[in-house]
Design a protein around this ligand. Sequence first.
Ligand code: ZN
Length: 387
Amino acid sequence: MFILTAVKDHSEVFTITQHMSREQLLQLRNTSQFTCPQCENPLRLKIGKVVIPHFAHIVINNCLTSFSERESPGHLKGKQQLTEFFARTGCEVAVEAYLPKIAQRPDLLIQQKGKRFAIEFQCSVISSEDVAKRNQGYKSINLPSIWLLSTPNHIHELSMGISYVKLSKFVQSFINKHQVTGATIITYDTTTEQFVYISQLMHIGGTAFVAKVLSLSVDQQTFPFARVKPLSIPDRQRYWHIFQQKRARYLRNRIFSSKFGAQDRFLKQCYVQQIRPENLPLYIGFPIEDSETIQDHLVEWQMALVCGLSRSKIDLKYVSKEWIEMFTVNHCKVFNRNKAVEVVSRYCEFLLELDYHTFQSITHQPMNQINLFNHFHKLIVAKRCEN
Ligand SMILES: [Zn+2]
């Protein structure tokens, strides 16, 4: 509906920037004609009080730009601020450039040292299929894409530093593992003109993560984007502390949040093992890479797995891929089956490394706090090497 780029007087591409004054634009409106770069229909230059100056189709038609729902005042503002940012870092920037081969129009198309990138600044919630579809389009013409998510409202000053954060499935779909050290989401906040990194994400159950949240003002940002430093030792201890605290709270409350009464699988398993949920050993409910693909809480599926092993009397050393697949299908609600199977395998490897014995009770395992702490550290450190 709103766009920033138009064809001026049927001759040149014209983009509204932050630096054009209202007077300048009012003058232009009287002296020039603007048309849509795509459908060539006339556009109106709107200079109102609420939304920043922009173009809109005079007559709504089926032009890609006129029915686009991606445009909101924040989106327009973000495109303008980011245009300036990329230009300052030495990129050539085309705003709302149309790519006829794939019929797509990225927010920005930038070029730096001969390399092009499509930039998407995402403000509204769209389906992960839509994200995948757009990425496929870019991929088909060998154009790398970079998605910047508008900083979610609940991530603000108070979340800076090592924090416990909840991320919706939509926000999670922007987790990037290669761009910056660790699993990171880079967001941009148009109000504070800051890049906000939700970095070194560690899933600890449900939609909950521990992350290092950092902000970087647009003036200090570079392109390629600045990378987050590896976690320091105190940082890692803070991760460890938050993980344990949240896990303990979940287990304490678990007995009151039973949804299935006597049919509650988890509570039943605790009963059989003669252990109160809050006394479960720490290796049950342990963070495992990519575990957000399993909807059940870490504690629940890991307890089911440990009990399943002991019930079927399988030595962990000989557990088969088929058994893991069966377990995943029968006991876990998952978003991605293959990924979930990998996560479960990873948990089995973790137990093996820690010398887990299937034939001993779950409370009499050789795992001690130090072993687990070291493993936890490895998990964070390993994430740095994935590039
Ligand atoms: Zn149009």
